[in-house]
Ligand binder design. Structure first.
Ligand SMILES: C[S@@+](CC[C@H](N)C(=O)[O-])C[C@H]1O[C@@H](n2cnc3c(N)ncnc32)[C@H](O)[C@@H]1O
Length: 265
């Protein structure tokens, strides 16, 4: 351990001893390049750097293994998997995001991975149980996606403008229950002893800090057969800072996200 040698006993990944030691740091503060068709991928507000996903995938898999993302967006996970010669399966409810992912792969001359469009809860039935080596996903933001959906609907349908209020928004409880339902089903696709990593950002909303990472971790602890193993922090130094509460109140500039790590027993 601590050496630059790869041990044949390593069952988890292809890292050498010193790479393994570095990979266990609980804070990721490496600067990730703004590349790989960033402008195209930025049409999706929540895209993750493919190289960050690649780094995480390399900690939990070996070459050729299979990664699943039930909320793939424009494909941070899938692109990361292609970069390090892993196979991947991605699902998203919005066709447009999958199309952008395919376009980016074409432009970057990367393998186009297996994708499905639809509600993960249903699509996951197509994937064989215990067939996947790692899950890397980034859950849809609590109420943000439905807020966006409502806005888009209002843009194209003027008669519904007056309906733009909070009534259609998903409550936090509903969001947590949906995430638990989909992630519990996703877990069944994992082989025993394999890992699941979930990106989740905390949120400051309506003058209150919502520790969504802790709330989601607690909710996921209800899933039988899944044990939480770590809470990694990804510090994103590319985020611009704004002066929110000055000069009267402290309001955090959110430049980090959590990556919750679970293992299937
Ligand atoms: C935070 S984004 C993922 C972003 C992704 N990591 C990337 O790099 O682009 C979450 C995605 O989940 C999708 N989504 C929301 N509900 C879903 C569902 N029930 N089934 C499948 N996808 C869903 C949204 O369309 C959104 O693209």
């Amino acid at each position: 351990m601590g050496s630059n040698i790869y041990s044949e006993k390593n069952k988890l990944n292809d890292l050498t001893g010193s790479e393994w030691k570095f990979s266990t740091k609980s804070v990721i503060n490496k600067a990730y390049p703004i590349n790989m068709q960033h402008k195209l991928r930025s049409q999706h507000g929540g895209q993750k750097p493919p190289q960050l996903c690649e780094d995480i995938i390399k900690i939990f898999t070996k070459k050729g293994m299979i990664v699943l993302d039930p909320f793939m967006g424009v494909g941070g996970t899938l692109l990361g998997a292609s970069l390090c010669s892993r196979k991947a399966i991605g699902i998203d409810i919005t066709e447009k995001w999958i199309e952008i992912y395919k376009k980016v792969s074409e432009l970057e001359k990367l393998e186009i991975q297996e994708t499905y469009c639809g509600d993960s809860f249903k699509i996951l039935d197509k994937i064989k149980n215990e067939s996947v080596d790692f899950i890397l996903t980034d859950v849809p933001y609590w109420d943000m996606d439905s807020r966006e959906h409502t806005r888009n609907k209002n843009k194209t349908n003027k008669s519904k403008l007056n309906n733009f209020d909070n009534e259609n928004w998903v409550s936090k409880k509903e969001w947590l229950n949906t995430m638990k339902k989909i992630l519990a089903k996703s877990m069944k696709k994992l082989k025993h002893g394999k890992y699941m990593a979930v990106f989740i950002g905390d949120m400051y909303k309506d003058s209150e800090y919502h520790c969504l990472s802790a709330e989601l971790a607690l909710k996921m602890s209800e899933i039988k057969g899944l044990t939480m193993k770590a809470n990694l922090i990804w510090e994103d130094n590319s985020k611009s800072l704004h002066v929110f509460g000055y000069p009267a109140a402290f309001i955090p500039s959110m430049i980090h996200q959590n990556i919750l790590i679970f293992r299937r027993d």
